[in-house]
Ligand binder design. Structure first.
Ligand code: SF4
Length: 351
């Protein structure tokens, strides 16, 4: 790998950042380790514009790590509902508790200790070191991967282990020891606003003279796309169980896995006999059943085809009242809980 002159690369980018970089994002004001950490976790897989209102609500409700650590997981997930990838919310809560009890409420100023905390990988640890502690540390997010892949026309897709390592190596090579936080913000901003996925604005790019993809007029070929793989589709019944008082049954999902810890609708496989299933699971007698229009929800690894069924049921036993992870509630109350977005969509339609 042949690098470009490091000082020139840094100077050009920092000069561009002074004039065009984003310097008014909420987490850039008062960049404490706590605020940087929350923002970086939210920004994983989610666009800045979507994150901003969530971030503001979250940091208003939990202004310190103590407030977050001592809140209930339910409350944390409620504020997370709609952002997706709920393991991020659970890890945030767990890490806050570890920092409070094992680090006296202070984030460790150490890359390897940070990386041992739940939900903090090499990118987030680098971001906390750089933005909050102002220590020299490279960071690589999706934007940085794209810029570097184009700058050096990397021949394989960024998720390939060899390319992944190479991108970190290139990023570390160019990241300066001084003003590292400005450089890191600048390269991410360049990717977000100039070196965009579609139609990069190369005429306004500070690295145009170096960029190999631009010189070869092949910016659309980089980064190299991930080899295509068909996503499988799973199908499930989602049950809107309504009792004699028109209350809806919610069931909390197990703490790990998809939508872990969120309240959701009971669901079962399509081969189940619904009447038998409701009786066995909850002691409910099904009086009436109506199929609602099915719809698709996509996760990163598969599609879920949801078959909603509205069921009028009669509660024959006390089985439900004895379970802590099952509750009857009004549709309106259900909508205020931390619930997955397709369930919210269904409850809103059914209201
Ligand atoms: S010249 Fe174009 S493709 Fe190359 S880094 Fe700049 S914006 Fe991206």
């Amino acid at each position: 790998m042949q690098f470009f002159d490091r000082q020139t690369i840094q100077r050009q980018l920092l000069h561009w950042y002074e004039r065009h970089g984003r310097q008014d994002l909420p987490w850039q004001q008062e960049p404490t380790p706590y605020r940087v950490w929350v923002s970086e976790i939210m920004l994983q897989q989610t666009q800045v514009a979507t994150v901003i209102p969530y971030y503001q609500r979250f940091t208003q409700r939990f202004p310190t790590i103590e407030k977050l650590a001592t809140a209930s997981l339910d409350e944390v997930l409620q504020l997370w509902a709609g952002l997706g990838y709920y393991s991020r919310g659970r890890n945030l809560h767990r890490t806050a508790q570890i920092i409070l009890t094992e680090f006296n409420g202070q984030f460790p100023n150490d890359l390897s200790l940070l990386r041992q905390l739940p939900g903090i990988g090499e990118y987030t640890a680098g971001a906390i070191m750089s933005f909050a502690f102002r220590q020299p540390a490279a960071i690589v997010d999706g934007n940085v991967k794209r810029v570097i892949s184009r700058l050096h026309t990397l021949p394989d897709w960024p998720g390939h282990p060899t390319t992944h390592r190479l991108i970190w190596e290139i990023a570390s090579h160019y990241t300066p020891a001084a003003d590292c936080h400005l450089y890191n913000q600048a390269i991410m901003d360049l990717g977000a606003t100039v070196c965009t996925r579609k139609r990069p604005d190369c005429d306004n790019c500070p690295w145009q003279t170096h960029c190999q993809a631009y010189r070869q007029r092949q910016t659309d070929r980089f980064p190299v796309a991930k080899p295509a793989k068909e996503k499988p589709t799973q199908e499930r019944y989602f049950l809107l169980l309504q009792d004699d008082r028109q209350n809806i049954l919610l069931h909390r999902r197990p703490p790990t896995g998809i939508w872990g810890g969120l309240w959701s609708l009971p669901e079962c496989a399509l081969h189940e006999n619904i009447g038998d299933w409701c009786e066995q699971q909850y002691g409910l007698f099904v009086k009436q059943q109506q199929a609602l229009p099915k719809f698709k929800h996509s996760f990163s690894h598969y599609h879920l085809l949801i078959h909603p069924l509205a069921l009028q049921v009669h509660d024959m036993t006390t089985a439900i009242r004895e379970q802590t992870d099952v509750q009857w509630c009004t549709n309106q109350h259900a909508l205020t809980q931390g619930i997955p977005s397709p369930v919210k969509q269904l409850l809103e339609q059914y209201q």
